[in-house]
Design a protein around this ligand. Structure first.
Ligand code: ATP
Ligand code: MG
Length: 259
C-alpha cells in the first residue's frame, strides 16, 4: 500500500516499455519510490537498467505505460518548471554569457515575490558555484567543469520542486569530478533541495546522497534502497572510513549479483 505524499516526489507502480507490438520490451517494471522534500536520492544500476528512463519519466519526457508520478502532489503529464534536468553534456546556451545563462533560469521561475530580486538570485548562484570571475564569459571559453557549474547554477535559479541530474559529472576527469562533488555538496548545505541524481559511481552516490536506490537488471526493479548514515558529517575523509568501504562493497555486490 503506497501512501501518497503531497510534497516531494512519489513514483507509484511505474512501468515503462519501448518498441511497438511484439517487439515491445519492458524497461521499468512496477517502480515505487518516494523522495521527501529536501532529500537527495542517488540512483545506481547496471548500464541499460533504466536509470535515465526513470529520470526522464519524472522529467515528463516519457509517458509511462502504467503507474503515476506526483511532484508536490501534482501528477506529471509532461515537462514543466517543477522539474529541472541537468544532463551529462553541459547543456548551456552557447550564445549567452554565464550570467545570462543563470538569468535565463530565473525567467523560468514560478515567482511568488518580487521580480526585481532576479539580479540578486543570479549573483547568489554565481557565488555559490564559484563563477563570479566568469560572469561575462561565453561557455565556449570555459572548461567542461565550469560549464557544468553554469548548468547546475541555472537549474537552481529556476527553483524547481525537484532537481534531476543524469550523470552530470560523467564526462569530467577524476579531479574535476571531485571538485564538482564538493561544489554540489556546498550548495546542498546552503540550500536543501529535492534531488534525484543518477550516477554510475557507487562512491559518488554514497558520498552525495541521503539514500541510494540500487536498480536491478531489466526489466528494472529496485533491488534495495540503502540509507546513508553519515549525512551531515559528509566530508572527504568519510570515504576512507570502514563504514563507507563496507557500504560501498555491499552496493557493488548487489550490482554484480543482479547485473
Ligand atoms: N527512446 C528509447 N527507445 C527505445 N529503447 C530505449 C529508449 N530509451 C531507452 N531505451 C532502452 O531502455 C533501456 C534502459 O535505458 P536507460 O537509458 O534508461 O538505461 P541507463 O540505466 O540509464 O543506462 P546507462 O547507465 O548506460 O546510461 C536500454 O535497453 C535502452 O536501450
Ligand atoms: Mg543513462
Amino acid at each position: 500500500m503506497t501512501t501518497i505524499s503531497t510534497t516531494g516526489l512519489s513514483v507509484i507502480d511505474l512501468s515503462v516499455g519501448f518498441g511497438k507490438g511484439a517487439k515491445r520490451t519492458n524497461v521499468l517494471d512496477g517502480i515505487n519510490l518516494d523522495v521527501a522534500d529536501g532529500e537527495f536520492v542517488a540512483v545506481v544500476g547496471p548500464s541499460g537498467s533504466g536509470k535515465s528512463t526513470l529520470l526522464n519519466a519524472v522529467a515528463g519526457f516519457i509517458t509511462p505505460d502504467a503507474g503515476s508520478i506526483l511532484v508536490d502532489g501534482e501528477q506529471v503529464t509532461g515537462p514543466g518548471p517543477s522539474r529541472c534536468v541537468v544532463f551529462q553534456e553541459y547543456a548551456v546556451f552557447p550564445w549567452l554569457t554565464v550570467e545570462q545563462n543563470i538569468g535565463f533560469g530565473t525567467q523560468l521561475r514560478t515567482w511568488s515575490g518580487d521580480r526585481s530580486q532576479r539580479g540578486a538570485i543570479v549573483d547568489r548562484y554565481l557565488e555559490l558555484m564559484g563563477l563570479i570571475a566568469f560572469r561575462d564569459a561565453l561557455p565556449k571559453t570555459l572548461s567542461g567543469g565550469m560549464r557544468q557549474r553554469v548548468a547546475i547554477a541555472r537549474a537552481y535559479a529556476v527553483d524547481p520542486a525537484i532537481l534531476l541530474m543524469d550523470e552530470p559529472f560523467a564526462a569530467l576527469d577524476a579531479q574535476t569530478r571531485e571538485h564538482m562533488q564538493e561544489a554540489l555538496l556546498d550548495i546542498t548545505r546552503q540550500e536543501r533541495r529535492t534531488v534525484l541524481f543518477v550516477t554510475h559511481q557507487v562512491e559518488e552516490a554514497l558520498y552525495l546522497a541521503d539514500r541510494v536506490v540500487v536498480m536491478g537488471a531489466r526489466p528494472a526493479r529496485i533491488t534495495e534502497i540503502v540509507e546513508v548514515p553519515w549525512r551531515s558529517e559528509r566530508h572527504h575523509d568519510v570515504k576512507l572510513t570502514t563504514e563507507f568501504i563496507d557500504l560501498r562493497r555491499h552496493v557493488e555486490h548487489l550490482l554484480h549479483t543482479d547485473g
